[in-house]
Design a protein around this ligand. Structure first.
Ligand SMILES: CC(C)(COP(=O)(O)OP(=O)(O)OC[C@H]1O[C@@H](n2cnc3c(N)ncnc32)[C@H](O)[C@@H]1OP(=O)(O)O)[C@@H](O)C(=O)NCCC(=O)NCCS
Length: 170
């Protein structure tokens, strides 16, 4: 059965927690947060994240699902909280389980967030990616993102740089 891309449901906080913690354990250098930090989040945090991701109002979360099993996830935020003067939405938290990679799920999840951003009449969609993350850089380039020239250190590993990318939507 082909995986489906769909919006998270408000009551799916526990599934969100499970896949997000798996992502942080599997690819610690791909994310600004850490497994130790998010393992300590209460149930309320995951419920609020799922509710926000389901609403699509101040954020949206999409999952790739096959036979009720989540294979991938990503989130769109209405704005990059670290660049408050930039009104463009941001793609964060992209993850595809290792056994499901290379089949187009990453690209399909990007497309879902692009669709949500277009519905909001956004002029572009931004993201941050670790400069050494070959697979993610290839994915985003293929999806039409280009580097903005902005760089910053990864919070938990300052020796590692993240670069900012943007895809124009107008
Ligand atoms: C990055 C990631 C989401 C890609 O997911 P995916 O489902 O494999 O992506 P797709 O199948 O849609 O692949 C899209 C493109 O990415 C590239 N790609 C995917 N895996 C790659 C790899 N291991 N090495 C190099 N390029 C790769 C290819 O160019 C591919 O294009 P193609 O289909 O024309 O060959 C996945 O590897 C992942 O979850 N990595 C760990 C978490 C992470 O790095 N998240 C990004 C945070 S910014």
């Amino acid at each position: 059965m082909t995986p489906a891309i769909r919006r998270i449901r408000a009551e799916e906080g526990p599934s969100l927690r499970a896949l997000r913690l798996r992502a942080l354990a599997d690819a610690p250098m791909a994310f600004g947060s850490t497994l130790a930090r998010e393992e300590a989040f209460t149930e309320d945090v995951w419920r609020e994240r799922a509710e926000r991701g389901a609403s699509g109002v101040d954020g949206v979360t999409f999952v790739a699902e096959r036979d009720a099993h989540w294979l991938g996830i990503t989130t769109g935020l209405t704005q990059d909280p670290d660049v408050p003067d930039d009104p463009r939405p941001e793609l964060v938290g992209m993850f595809v389980r290792p056994e499901a990679r290379g089949c187009g799920l990453g690209g399909a999840l990007v497309d879902a967030v692009v669709g949500w951003a277009r519905e909001r009449s956004a002029g572009g969609l931004t993201l941050w990616v670790t400069a050494t993350n070959t697979a993610a850089l290839a994915l985003y380039s293929r999806c039409g993102f280009r580097p903005t020239g902005e760089r910053r250190p990864l919070d938990h590993s300052p020796a590692v740089a993240s670069i900012r990318m943007v895809r124009d939507l107008l």
